[in-house]
Design a protein around this ligand. Structure first.
Ligand code: PRX
Length: 650
């Protein structure tokens, strides 16, 4: 990673917006001026212009009890109405909301009127299942329209959704269901991935056997047509309930600070955090950034964000931002390379996609396959490209712009987090001169700084820790059920400033370069994983005595999970071959947490490098995993240990 970053910092290319693009751009310099003149009035203005309030707010921000912010708190709105009904009422009912493409090639176009109708039916079904304001509903679905419908139906009722990515295991699902005490789970029999049906309902069944028992009903969409067990007291088919439910549903307005969703993300401990987002502020910033960062012209654009709704990018930039803005978008169920490696580009051509938002890891995989694959398709409709999830190296940025974008269209690198709810740092297309590799500048209305370890602001050029110095509308409102952890994790280090957990550097032009996490959080293919969570999964295996996990840099996935494991002496004689043990442990992590957490490598070793106080020195293990010369070992209890471990890896 370091070599990559050094290289990135030498990047000197700059790209001015073309006059044609600038002339039609949604954003302009005036946004920065307005936000600078009166930041709170700027956000109040965005909230009033972009959203429909049933009861207008009179207070913009209440920061009297930091770090618990309240935005627009005496206003009332319904989030689903903002994403649906109001567009239909404005005469846009026939506009396509979703061009859905299934992996096997089936597809559906769904208009705003149809989506509104379906959401009302689903809301009525949820009411029949006893879901009320404030109740939690877990959603464990593939990328099918019903995922969007479910989220909005829950929001419409003022209930709280907790979407769990379909790649997570039964254990992970169970712990999320229990933490939120969900009363209903919405799932599918299965979904398509890499040309096969992957089962979901059986995973839910298994999770519910393990869970504490808050779930009353499971609502099941038929998608994969795989066989599933059925519990008639608990399970309800979507096509038998939602399809026959009434499409009349009067939505009520909720307070702006009414909880909208919980989304679990990895932190520095083994237990995932339930990040809590609320309604008015979240939707304001999601809509504002979606419009201005992606230069959205809803009447003519076809937007496609490739993220799964199981992640925050799918929440803010597949569901809430685009639908609040009345956008037409593509929703794709499957993987980029099924049934052929040009699948994404075929979809861009088929729907005439104009705006594409994806992750650097995907771009790097396409780079590896070569430009001839995208070149087989007509990508000339594209006019803006976005990147998210991890630093994009300048080579990938340039390739994206040239090979996918045809050489002259803007690429915006957007920095944000599950916790921030919406984009915080990004260029504004048509306004900012673009710099490959740098996320560049805070979006209007957002205050970002770089501090050194004791909290002093780094003046001018220099590196340190990234913080948000002022509250922002879509900020997390807490960690579900754990206000103390919320304070400790983000606010203890710098008092009233939000500590993001990322290192960053400001260059001579004032542009910000993200340098990766400074804590024990890894970023694999733009997904957050915790070293502690994978370590505790490894240690839960009967063979393991001790485990240490590091994120090693990886050409395609950004980082990769590499584990070092000491086997229990009592087990060593049963394990015939270290390769076998390593395979078994990789499989174990995938089953316990989910395939995304499966280590790239598990090294079986006899020792781990520890300081005199017994702390594992992951830095040294990272050196090994990345094939580098091992760094300073003087603080090790036994300085010869690294040679022993390296010898074992050879
Ligand atoms: O380290 C940063 C990295 O992803 C982390 C947030 O992960 P998550 O909550 O899963 O959200 C990902 C999608 C918003 C951050 O702490 N990250 C995200 N975007 C960028 C990034 N690192 C560098 N550049 C980015 N554009």
């Amino acid at each position: 990673m370091n070599a990559q970053i050094d290289h990135a910092l030498e990047e000197i290319r700059r790209f001015r917006p073309s006059p044609e693009f600038a002339a039609q751009a949604v954003a302009d310099e005036g946004l920065y001026d307005a936000a600078r003149t009166d930041r709170l009035e700027f956000w109040a203005d965005q909230a009033r212009t972009l959203l429909q309030w049933e009861k207008p707010f009179t207070r913009t921000l209440d920061w009297s009890n930091p770090p618990f912010a309240k935005w627009f708190d005496d206003g009332e709105l319904n989030v689903a109405v903002n994403c649906l009904d109001r567009h239909v009422d404005a005469g846009l009912g026939d506009r396509v909301a979703l061009h859905w493409e299934g992996e096997p090639g089936d597809s559906r176009d769904i208009t705003y009127a149809e989506l509104t109708d379906e959401v009302k039916r689903a809301a009525n079904t949820l009411i029949d299942l006893g879901v009320r304001e404030g109740d939690r509903v877990a959603i464990y679905l593939p990328m099918i329209p019903e995922a969007v419908v479910s989220m909005l139906a829950v929001a419409r009722l003022g209930a709280i959704h907790s979407v769990v990515f379909g790649g997570f295991s039964a254990d992970s699902l169970a712990s999320r269901i229990d933490d939120a005490e969900a009363s209903v789970v919405i799932t599918a029999d299965g979904g398509y991935r890499k040309g096969r049906v992957f089962p979901l309902k059986p995973v839910v069944d298994e999770a519910l056997e393990k869970s504490a028992g808050s779930v009353r009903n499971v609502l099941v969409v038929r998608r994969g047509e795989n066989e599933v067990d059925w519990n008639a007291d608990r399970d309800v088919w979507w096509h038998e309930s939602v399809a026959t439910a009434s499409n009349e549903h009067e939505a009520r307005a909720f307070e702006a600070e009414h909880p909208l969703f919980i989304l679990y993300t990895s932190g520095t401990t083994g237990k995932p955090k339930g990040i809590l987002h609320t309604s008015g502020g979240y939707l304001t910033q999601a809509a504002f950034t979606h419009r201005n960062v992606f230069d959205l012209h809803p009447e003519r654009d076809v937007y496609w964000c490739t993220a799964d709704v199981g992640w925050i990018t799918g929440h803010s930039y597949v569901v809430y931002g685009p639908l609040a803005n009345g956008a037409t978008q593509v929703l794709y169920e499957g993987t980029p390379d099924t049934p052929h490696p040009g699948r994404w580009w075929e979809i861009v051509e088929k729907y005439g996609v104009t705006i594409l938002y994806t992750a650097p890891t995907a771009i790097r995989s396409f780079m590896k396959l070569g430009r001839q694959i995208p070149h087989e398709f007509n990508l000339r409709t594209l006019r803006l490209l976005g990147s998210v999830g991890e630093p994009i190296n300048p080579e990938a940025w340039i390739w994206y712009r040239h090979v996918i974008g045809g050489g002259s269209i803007p690429v915006v690198d957007t920095w944000w987090q599950t916790e921030t709810g919406a984009i915080m740092i990004s260029a504004l297309p048509g306004v900012t001169d673009l710099k490959p590799g740098s996320a560049q500048v805070p979006v209007p209305g957002i205050s970002i700084d770089i501090l050194d370890d004791d909290g002093t602001a780094v003046e001018g050029e220099g590196g340190g820790l990234l913080v948000a110095t002022e509250p922002w509308p879509s900020m997390l409102r807490g960690i579900w059920g754990d206000p103390e952890r919320f304070k400790e994790t983000y606010w203890e280090k710098f008092g009233d400033k939000y500590f993001a957990g990322d290192g960053a550097r400001r260059d001579e032009d004032g542009d910000i370069w993200l340098l990766g996490r400074v804590d024990d959080v890894m970023n694999v293919s733009g997904h957050r994983l915790s070293t502690a969570e994978i370590e505790s999964s490894l240690v839960a295996h009967p063979w393991t005595a001790e485990a240490a996990v590091v994120g090693a840099s990886d050409e395609t996935t950004g980082q990769a999970v590499v584990a070092f494991v000491i086997l229990k002496a009592s087990q060593v004689s049963h394990v015939n071959d270290p390769m076998e043990a390593s395979e078994e442990l990789r499989r174990h992590v995938a089953t316990q947490i989910g395939a995304i957490a499966r280590p790239r490598q598990v090294f079986i070793v006899n020792e781990l490098p520890k300081t005199r106080s017994g702390k594992i020195m992951r830095r040294l293990l990272r050196d090994l995993a990345e094939g580098r010369e091992v760094g300073d070992t003087t603080t090790l209890a036994d300085t010869s240990i690294m040679e022993v471990i390296s010898a074992q890896l050879r």
